[in-house]
Design a protein around this ligand. Structure first.
Ligand code: EPU
Length: 420
């Protein structure tokens, strides 16, 4: 088992390079299935969800080489010859839902185990299914598997999503790229990873317009081909280091980012009284460790990202005054606050709202990371706490943060990864 130990109280100074975005890399890696060709993907983050996606592609017959030092993946999906993926492997992450759309587009049918992912309460896939059915597929569920078949081929159509789901938007974009005719997605997700996927598919020969707006138009093409493409920087990883610098204090330059993607995090930190300087491809955060509480509500992009909510929750435990969080995306994403309570944090959760009383004196203890971003929140709390904190559930943190311990150590944090 892995543990992270943190001795709090060290301010953070220096520059940190941000990796490629995990939630962009996953749809792009799975959509290489459509290309039946060699794709060279750059800036691929070296995190465990990505290695898992490579393992899945290899099991399906693809050739994948990942160069860890450069972050380049060479994926050849020409030899890929299976349209099924077993439950034991796909249930390990949410991104494997994209296999349903990609295999359906390539083979006309797919048989994929029910996807897993972080546990934030119920995470239905009804919008994905609605999208596949609109394209002419028949979808059924049997013994933990999702079967999708398009006996007469996939044909474009119009779909309106009840909420701007990232996953459903990705799946319909992938599937519709090889369908006959035109598909229109209304109330589409607008996240930077949606734009990244559209750019990648277009480089492979797809015809997608409107990504980044609520209406996406996909004109189906006969076939796609390989290309070379670089993944955008991870806005959630960047935001995590920005909030860490604000909460713990010091001066940190968060480098290799797209500042436009960071606007909500920048705005909330500034509102809290933290000094944030935005440059071309980096942001500098300066903090003396004293700042005000703020209120926020998570919303689909360009609203405040749910994936930054836990890190801000930890920040608020240290802020002056009372802060409020409304979680607008998931049913249950406050379990990290129970862990911070063990360190002395004061908060109350009622349904999807949290009220956090700040200026808590946090003291290190044993805590458990219940999901990926919860782990990031605990690291922030631990670096600001007095004494030593031991964080378990490290494997969940490693799903989405490349070398978070090494990066924090390079900023001066007293953090260690240990195997017990
Ligand atoms: N929803 C439905 N039906 C659907 C799909 C979604 O009701 O068919 C609901 C969900 O239950 C949720 C909301 O719609 O309440 C939004 O879910 P969405 O589909 O946008 O989320 P996702 O695709 O499952 C991705 C990221 C998450 C991130 C969310 C929201 C990946 C692999 N996962 O999940 O990332 O929180 O979008 O931005 O891209 C993380 O990286 O820590 C993470 C959890």
């Amino acid at each position: 088992m892995k543990l992270i130990t943190v001795r709090g109280g060290k301010k953070l100074y220096g520059k940190v390079d941000v990796s490629g975005m995990k939630n962009s890399a996953l749809p792009i890696i799975f959509s290489t299935i459509l290309a039946k060709d060699k794709c060279i993907i750059e800036n691929v983050p070296n995190v465990s969800d990505i290695s898992l996606s490579f393992d899945i592609l290899r099991l399906l017959g693809a050739k994948v080489t990942y160069y860890q030092t450069t972050g380049v993946a060479v994926i050849d999906t020409a030899p890929l010859d299976k349209n099924f993926a077993t439950y034991d492997i796909v249930s390990k992450m949410r991104g494997s839902t994209y296999l349903i759309g990609a295999l359906l587009a390539r083979f006309g049918s797919s048989h994929v185990g029910w996807p897993g992912g972080c546990d934030f309460g119920s995470r239905p896939i009804d919008q994905h299914i609605k999208g596949f059915e609109m394209l002419g597929a028949k979808v059924s569920f049997k013994e933990g598997y999702i079967d999708a078949v398009a006996p007469s081929g996939l044909v474009g159509g119009s779909v309106y999503f009840d909420m701007p789901s990232v996953g459903a938007t990705v799946n319909v974009m992938i599937t519709a790229s090889l369908a006959k005719g035109e598909t229109i997605i209304d109330n589409a997700a607008r996240e930077p990873h949606i734009v990244d996927l559209a750019n990648f598919l277009n480089m492979c020969g797809a015809d997608i317009t409107g990504a980044g707006t609520s209406t996406i138009k996909i004109r189906g093409v006969e076939a796609l081909h390989g290309c070379t493409y670089a993944i955008v920087p991870d806005m959630i990883e960047a935001g995590t280091y920005m909030v860490a610098a604000g909460a713990v204090g010091g001066e940190v330059t968060v480098n290799r980012i797209i500042p436009k993607h960071m606007e909500t995090v920048t705005a909330k930190l500034t509102e809290a009284g933290v000094d944030v300087e935005v440059r071309d491809t980096e942001i500098v955060v300066r903090s003396d460790g004293s700042f005000r509480g703020v209120s926020l509500r998570t919303l689909p992009y360009p609203g405040f990202p749910t994936d930054m909510q836990p890190q801000f929750g930890a920040f608020m435990c240290l802020a002056e005054g009372v802060s409020n969080i409304t979680e607008g995306i998931f049913d249950s994403r406050f379990r990290y606050l129970e862990e911070i309570k063990k360190m002395g944090g004061v908060s109350e959760v009622v349904k999807n709202k949290a009220i956090i009383t700040g200026q808590s004196k946090l003291v290190g203890t044993k805590v458990h990371s219940t999901d990926l971003r919860a782990g990031a929140a605990l690291l922030i709390a631990a670096m600001a706490a007095e004494g030593e904190t031991e964080i378990s559930g490290v494997e969940l943190i490693e799903r989405g943060y490349f070398d978070i311990v090494g990066k924090l150590r390079s900023l001066g944090a007293d953090v260690e990864l240990i195997e017990v």
